[in-house]
Design a protein around this ligand. Structure first.
Ligand code: 2P0
Length: 332
């Protein structure tokens, strides 16, 4: 489905008119990990998803971004200056062009609070932080859904990173995405932990946008994906609200594996797994059989994230000594 208006026209119609910047503004947004995944779009230009999704924000793990008006665009990430030829540079400024008047240049300094080498995606937290920083720079006061819709135009999953805690992204049905935004579901549980097993921090061979398009276009199993989400999303939402960790973990693991099954059945296959990925999944299943409450989830890459209660962290570290432990409820 294509929309009658462009994202630029939509933004122009929905943002406050004032564009007189302060000297500089800084904002933070957390990374997020989906428990019920977003995989596939119903519309590309507005980044509208085929299904809803539900995530947990990563607390103190995310992106801090400072934006200041400048004579020319510049971007520094974790202390290193990027070339204007860099894809990340072009993608961020193309997004900022939606929010700033023509001719306004920015000096952007972005810092990820966990080394990129951990292999966790940083685009969601970066685009969410960009929206929040520009909002402060121009002195706007936006509501959550508006922030979320704007962040979505940078990267779909960024629409969930404008909030802490458990967050649900409503797929929506409108052609311009007016009803496609995220909302908070519940605060993070203090006892929930996410362990990150970094199998590889190398850039992925197939980016998420391309991977989801190829899956939707060529994988017969993708036909079953909306049905999978229709089953998993309400189950996960209920488990979050009822504090039912085992239902949450089991449903999230099954949802992640079903997403990967749709990718693997694409052509050419979108196979993000490495041998260590599969080995980790077997270890998780053995640990569970031994009575440890641990469930795996995986995004568009080979790294494995382990959902578990804080009390099981020491036992998991015996099996996975390199596991990095994240507390989603930890304040920045
Ligand atoms: C998610 N992923 O729900 C899923 C699970 C990857 C696997 O959202 O094209 O970088 O910018 O909307 O947001 C990654 O997709 O893609 C993603 P675009 P995005 O977290």
């Amino acid at each position: 489905m294509s929309s009658a208006i462009s994202p630029a026209a939509w933004v122009a119609a929905h943002l406050p008119a004032s564009r007189s910047p302060r000297d500089a503004a800084e904002a933070y947004a957390p990374a997020n990990i989906a428990l019920c995944k977003y995989w596939g779009k119903r519309e590309e230009s507005f980044k509208l998803p085929l299904t809803g999704s539900l995530s947990i924000s990563m607390g103190a793990l995310g992106t801090r971004m400072r934006i200041a008006p400048a004579a020319a665009d510049s971007l520094r990430i974790n202390g290193a200056d990027l070339s204007p030829r860099d894809k990340a540079f072009q993608r961020l400024f193309a997004f900022l062009d939606l929010l700033r008047p023509a001719g306004q240049a920015f000096c952007v300094d972005s810092t990820n609070t966990l080394p990129m080498a951990a292999g966790l995606a940083s685009s969601a937290s970066a685009f969410a932080a960009a929206v929040l920083a520009v909002e402060k720079l121009y002195g706007w006061v936006l509501d959550g859904p508006t922030r979320s819709r704007l962040a979505r135009l940078g990267s779909g999953s960024a629409c969930r990173s404008v909030y802490e805690g458990f967050v649900e992204w409503h797929a929506g049905i409108e052609p311009d995405g007016g009803d496609s935004f995220a909302e908070p579901v519940a605060p993070a549980w203090p006892e929930l932990r996410v362990g990150v097993l970094t199998v590889s921090a190398a850039p992925k061979a197939v980016g998420s946008s391309e991977g989801m398009k190829r899956t939707a276009d060529t994988s017969r199993l993708y036909r079953a994906w909306p049905e999978q989400v229709a089953r998993d999303l309400p189950k996960i939402r209920r488990a979050v609200l009822e504090h039912d960790f085992d239902t949450l973990g089991a449903t999230a693991e099954q949802n992640a594996l079903a997403m990967h099954a749709t990718m693997i059945a694409a052509w050419p296959p979108v196979l993000y797994w490495q041998p260590e990925t599969v080995a980790a999944l077997h270890q998780v299943h053995a640990l569970r059989a031994g009575g440890i409450s641990v469930y795996a989830t995986l995004d568009a890459g080979p790294n494995v994230k382990l959902l578990h209660p804080a009390g099981d962290t020491p036992a998991l570290l015996e099996t996975f000594p390199a596991m990095r432990v994240i507390d989603p409820s930890a304040a920045l």
